[in-house]
Ligand binder design. Structure first.
Ligand SMILES: *Cc1c(COP(=O)(O)O)cnc(C)c1O
Length: 360
């Protein structure tokens, strides 16, 4: 009988599919989702207007292949100059895949710090590229000497830097990022998925470097269900990448909902400001718990380190209390680490109670 491993590429057969822990009925603080509904309490009057627009969508027709209205809305909001372009993706995950498809070849390397966002490595593996991970320092700052040495040795076609980094939450030093962009023979993607929670961005510096791209997403801002990411960069690069984008990758309801949400963006930015306030509060309260080390965060989540060997037990006890966070303790660079998404004030209180109980 024909077995999958007779046909499936060995590197794929060896992988596990991206795992999403079932969260039915749980307080979900594992995936950096915005805790507030959209449009939510801040602007309940918007819901009718949005629904009316959805009702008029022509779902018998293919979507606008270029996402014209959405792209112009983004251009206005970002103040993007004419020599730069935007490419829309079905989440930024799809954009990572498009970049890899356009650049892939077995002898070429994709480079990123570790720990960082898992999809950089997964997509490098899917596309049969070499993946080079360079360890961060103990405080999760970039090890710039090691990065530059690895860039010199492997000559990567693609470098990913998450800014702020997931799962550590910190912003890398801008000088280090600049040195990496200058040293890289290929493209550097600064992944700004958490930009809504960080007072930092490389967008204003796109014109300075001919090998810089910026990736963003609406997921962490509060619209994870829409699946919309976007890539910013020079026109001549995006022109090529656009050839690897599947036609109609952004569905009509996403296009109109995202355009509408961005036209009323104050709702989302006010939610982001609330989340940042709550992050400061939660960091302070977590730091008071015995045996817990709290790492600084410029994102909507907080990485903590438990006493040695305690993380699995704490994670499981939280689940028993109906609270789901992310267990990272099985990754060697993140031993004893757990990642907590910042929720609403009530949710964070529930988490803190659960955590105190789990620590006893
Ligand atoms: C969550 C995340 C993404 C993925 O975003 P989607 O747009 O939802 O695919 C990309 N990069 C980083 C660093 C993330 O944490």
């Amino acid at each position: 009988m024909l077995q999958p491993q007779d046909l499936i590429r060995p590197e794929i057969h060896a992988l596990s599919a991206y795992h999403v822990t079932p969260a039915q009925g749980m307080l979900k603080l594992d995936a950096m989702e915005n805790p507030y509904a959209w449009p939510g309490e801040l602007a309940p009057e918007l819901i009718h207007e949005w629904q009316a627009q959805c009702a008029q969508a022509e779902l018998n027709r293919y979507p606008d292949p270029q996402g014209t209205a959405l792209t112009s809305q983004l251009r206005i909001q970002l103040g993007l100059s004419d020599d730069l372009d935007i490419m829309l993706g079905n989440g930024s995950d799809e954009l990572i895949q498009i970049l890899a498809l356009a650049l892939m070849s077995a002898d070429r390397a994709v480079l990123a710090p570790i720990p960082s966002f898992v999809m950089y490595q997964m997509i490098a593996v899917y596309t049969g590229m070499r993946y080079v991970g360079v360890a961060l320092q103990d405080d999760f700052a970039l090890d710039i000497q090691a990065m530059l040495a690895a860039i010199e040795e492997h000559q990567p076609v693609l470098v990913f830097l998450a800014y702020p980094n997931n799962p550590t939450g910190n912003l890398f030093a801008a000088d280090d990022i600049e040195a990496i962009i200058r040293a890289t023979p290929g493209l550097v993607v600064v992944d700004e998925a958490y930009a809504p929670f960080a007072q930092a961005s490389f967008i204003s510096r796109l014109a300075e470097f001919d090998n810089l791209l910026i990736m963003r997403t609406l997921s962490k801002l509060g619209l994870a269900g829409l699946r919309l990411g976007y890539l910013l960069g020079a026109k001549h690069w995006l022109y090529e990448f656009n050839k690897c984008r599947l036609p109609y990758n952004i569905n009509s309801l996403t296009q109109l909902s995202a355009t509408f949400a961005l036209q009323h963006q104050t709702t989302l930015t006010r939610q982001a400001a609330l989340i940042c306030q709550e992050r400061e509060q939660l960091q302070a309260e977590l730091a008071r718990l015995p045996g817990i080390r709290v790492y600084p965060s410029a994102a909507n989540f907080i990485l903590i380190r438990t006493a040695r060997g305690e993380a699995d037990k704490i994670y499981t006890r939280l689940i028993q209390q109906g609270v789901l966070i992310k267990n990272l303790a099985n990754q060697p660079e993140l031993s004893d680490c757990l990642r907590i998404t910042v929720g609403s004030p009530q949710q964070n209180q529930r988490l803190l109670h659960g955590l105190s109980a789990a620590l006893n």
